[in-house]
Design a protein around this ligand. Sequence first.
Ligand code: 0RA
Length: 626
Amino acid sequence: MEYSAENIQVLEGLEAVRKRPSMYIGSTDSYGLHHLVYEVVDNSIDEVLAGTCKNIKVIIHKDSSVTVEDDGRGIPVDIHPEYKKSAVEIVLTMLHAGGKFDKKSYKVSGGLHGVGVSVVNALSEYLEVTVKRDGSIYYQRYEKGDPVSDLKIIGETDQSGTIIKFSPDKEIFPEIDFHFDTMATRLRELAFLNKGLKIELTDERKNTKKSFKYAGGIVSFVKHLNRNKECLSKEPLYIYGEKDNTIVEVAMQYTLSYTENIFTFANNINTKEGGTHLSGLKTAITRAFNTYALQNKFIKDNEKIAGEDCREGLSAVISVKLNEPQFEGQTKTKLGNSDVKGIVDSIVFEKLTYFLEENPDDARRIIEKILSAARAREAARKARELARRKTAFEVTTLPGKLADCSETDPSKCELYLVEGDSAGGSAKQGRDRTFQAILPLRGKILNVEKARLDKILKNEEIKTMITAIGTGIAEEFDISKLRYDKIIIMTDADVDGSHIRTLLLTFFFRYMKPLVENGHIYAAMPPLYKIKKGKEKYYAYTDQELEKILEKIGNAEIQRYKGLGEMNPEQLWETTMDPKTRIVKKIISEDLVEADETFTILMGAKVEPRKMFIYEHAAEVENLDV
Ligand code: 0RA
């Protein structure tokens, strides 16, 4: 079918979008801001899926405007007979106006994605569109969603494509600071998912540029995920299959690590909440390894390997493409189409079984790793059971070291995890005991990246922490049992302190991830200096702050705090614990690929990359954002 403006369905105007932006882009914070870029890029990706686009360029300009350019067909320019407007204008000014695509083109839709470029237009101070199509270059400008010029021809061309430049409206977005790394990660992901597509990201504010193009597609993705890990096979296994108009692609590779790392996508959308494709993949993996292990006498007739053991150390990417995807869940990132489960299961089971049969050496290495995971899990279960039975006979289940608060409503409570007994003592004296609880942590905290659950559960510091927090961990994690709204890590501002903080964050990230995702984890920021001049005293939390204060007040007595222990209880309260004056940093996991990488590099097995990372990121490691 030839495209014509008539095929565009028109629904409603844009006032609704400016009135309630969050309904369309999720929020007006950093997440929503970046969503604007992804929305435009998604439209270019639709051209990629239609086979008509090979290059996408994204430019962040100095004034925080953004340009997205593609070499697709270009937004149609013909006039709609009823609306008497160009298709470009309809696409940019009317909600849900989009071409009626051939269903085979797997257009992105549903959830927050695919709301349309009109939403971006509505939320932009200005938007300029340039279309190269049918020999001409067309141009039109909009402000806050309304056209301020006609669509006019400004030149000739033998190319096709669309260029959209927009400037997010400061009336809508309190912050218009685009993060290069956040955008780079999503664009890299899109390049992995669309084999051969070239995406360039330029940041004119910092004169940096990155270019992504992967001939290997999701196989390159898995190699990227595993590039700092030791792998059990030379290459990731690649699976491709098609059934009932659904395309299934999987790349998977086992590593020596203990964590499972599966990324799932449906029509290029990162389905962070998983869904039917993930269930199908998991079922197939469990089934294939159980079948193979039984047939080859790795296990007995009455034995069964649990699914989670089959996934220990596995890095995998699954990407499905289907018509009319349904997105469900809290953030609309859970694939709901029920038939996808069976389709993925049958394709993956068949291909994985074939791989195991054809590659007995790889198969044996993986099965041995899986069986040792199963033994470790059994040991962990026994350890947990023992711990449960023990606590059942104890009067108080809370650890003795914990100085709890008196408030019983968890939403008002805070838990300070304090490095060392002496700082712990000051914190106990200085705190507001109605809502602040103190748990001093002593000695070495286990590196959870290098140990399995059974060993982790034997560690005293970790056991105490788990009991105090109340939620349990891993599969048994239950956020409704959380005893404190804020868990604040308070460590010295030195290398040891930052190491302890990283270890704690690694633990939370691996075993209590929802605490990180839901913003319950914080890092306290104790001051670095105390400045005294006569009766006046000041605290500086950074070197720059110290300079500023000294500029203002001139000569003064400066004390550098080497540790929390140097502060008396009142000072500790005033500088680091009083909600009115303290600085706490919320730990966020903006992006899981980067976060996993960061933890693997900082804490994982391979030594060389770790050195590199700390060297290159020495400054950031001090305030690690996961
Ligand atoms: C409507 C219909 C067609 C393409 C597009 C819109 C389109 C939109 C954007 C936004 C950014 N880049 C874009 N590229 C294309 C189908 C066109 C046809 O069938 O010729």
